[in-house]
Design a protein around this ligand. Sequence first.
Ligand code: IMP
Ligand code: MG
Length: 177
Amino acid sequence: METVSIKDKNFRLSITAEEIEKAVSEVAQRINHDLKDTNPLFICVLNGAFMFAADLMKHVDLPCEISFVKLASYEGTSSTGKIKEMIGLKEDITGRTVVVVEDIVDTGFTMQNILDSLQKKGAKSIHVCTFLQKPEALQCDICVDYVAMKIPNEFIVGYGLDYDGYGRNLKAIYTLI
Ligand code: IMP
Ligand code: MG
């Protein structure tokens, strides 16, 4: 599929499923290397990161756990900067090596909010792994340790990312035309 229509918008193919697979495997290998001798807790940020987290975990060969938090900030195609926590973290992360798994770091407000809340909970170290980053859109002073792919400051859907709830099931990434 070269283009897809979701609701009132059209999107063109910009990153293929094969390119995604390669980038996800590469970022997992970096984590395997850097975090060897730890038993990390991966924290997947729902909803958007569900597909990335699932694929990433298949390539991680460390003894590890995964848990989920749910946040919402986007309305339509622009970041509101207001973040609501819908499901919080139940695990005790004291002394743990934590890897936050996100779909995309855009302005960075969501990630900053997550990091602020995790930093109070006594983790040994906190790492950030995002599938996508829009470096031009970043407005926060956060350190993103692992980025599978960098993209221009454009609205995209697919591979877990949505436009008004739709498009998360697409295997590839599509950019708004
Ligand atoms: P931030 O707080 O501006 O960094 O936005 C982060 C959240 O906004 C991500 O976790 C996504 O869920 C969502 N988001 C950012 N850019 C896009 C996009 O291009 N398409 C779909 N969702 C996006
Ligand atoms: Mg997200």
